[in-house]
Design a protein around this ligand. Structure first.
Ligand code: GEK
Length: 332
């Protein structure tokens, strides 16, 4: 690959991402204060690998005419009757590590660290139907669940996530799907404008990373229209409404886990923050089927590496092994 070619690919990556973002945000009413993101300068991102990821997005082959998508299957799928797309697998591998999926894009199966479809299956029939809704997904990662939201009938799904490689992965997938009904804003909830009001707001896998869970819940509420639904997923421990574990240091290898409440404690937090009808719809222990090592995750450490080899009900730090609850609640 020559230097000039790389420069052209970076420029094409910027163009593709900017075009997709403008088109996606165009689905929102003008009064939603998203102007800054419509004109975001994608070439000026301050991250050492960003231009490499831009080049990967810019190098992707065009989506073949007549291709078909399936957004309601475990693997987000794009398919065509035509020949394989040259170079596609190498371009997608340039975006490793892939945490959330799976995807099957024109014959390339991306076996991600997480089987994100399992979480989706646990919640989709227990939440307010997404048909016709405008949805916000805080901590969307590479957007796997955004595509499933569209597959479940949502009108539009917006992700918010500050991790640049996941943002690049989202745009690679969006390009191959040829979809503009989903978008991603590259920031944290704390920096996201608070006035946009969505019909359903998801926050999955984020609450335990926040030092102040009440501020997080308040910010989620500020993004919901009256009567809209919150779908909250977080790590939990067993116990009653008074049980909240604060790890002394790491939890399952993660430095940034601050609070592990019981499901009953989360219900109390939600009520305290003014949500109504909070309900625990699922509690599941994370298995190696759901979270596993894979080459698409760069063979990095995964769940089994963080559990006590002699007692898989405990983490290596001696704390209860990961289990996660999904809780729904309404904005009054
Ligand atoms: N303050 C923040 N604001 C927004 N996003 C954040 C913040 N802090 C971290 N993130 C982002 O939240 C995501 C958490 S993963 C859940 C993905 C998906 N939801 C899933 O349920 O599979 C955790 C897990 O592995 O489950 C990451 O992509 C972070 O970049």
């Amino acid at each position: 690959m020559t230097e000039a070619t790389t420069e052209q690919q970076i420029a094409l990556g910027v163009e593709r991402i900017a075009r997709q973002t403008r088109a996606a945000l165009g689905h929102l009413p003008r009064r939603m204060p998203m102007e800054g993101w419509r004109t975001f300068d994608w070439s000026a991102v301050n991250h050492g690998d960003w231009s490499r990821w831009l080049a990967a997005v810019g190098a992707l082959p065009e989506r073949p005419a007549g291709a078909i998508n399936h957004l309601d299957r475990p693997a987000i799928t794009a398919t065509t009757d035509g020949p394989a797309l040259p170079g596609l697998e190498a371009d997608l591998r340039a975006l490793i590590p892939w945490r959330k999926g799976p995807y099957e894009l024109f014959g390339v199966l991306i076996d991600t660290e997480w089987r994100s479809d399992l979480k989706w299956d646990r919640l989709v029939d227990r939440i307010q139907p997404l048909a016709g809704r405008r949805v916000l997904d805080i901590g969307s990662g590479n957007g796997y669940h955004l595509w499933r939201m569209l597959g479940a009938g949502a009108d539009f799904a917006l992700g918010v996530d500050p991790t640049w490689v996941f943002v690049a992965q989202f745009h690679a997938v969006a390009h191959l799907l040829g979809e503009t009904r989903a978008g991603i804003v590259p920031t944290t909830l704390e920096r996201f404008p608070q006035r946009p009001r969505f019909d359903t707001v998801f926050s999955m896998g984020v609450l335990y990373h926040r030092r102040d869970p009440f501020t997080h819940l308040g910010e989620l509420k500020a993004c919901l229209r009256p009567g809209g639904e919150l779908v909250l997923e977080t790590l939990v421990v067993e116990g009653d409404a008074t049980t909240i574990l604060t790890p002394a240091d790491r939890y399952a290898g993660m430095r940034n886990v601050w609070f592990l409440p019981s499901p009953a404690a989360v219900i109390g937090w939600l009520k305290r923050m003014g949500f109504v009808d909070p309900e625990v719809i699922d509690v599941t222990v994370t298995t190696a089927e759901e979270q596993h090592r894979t080459e698409w995750f760069g063979d990095r450490q995964s769940l089994v590496d963080f559990l006590d080899p002699d007692d898989p009900t405990r983490t290596r730090e001696g704390l209860p092994a990961p289990q996660r609850a999904i809780i729904t609640a309404r904005c009054p």
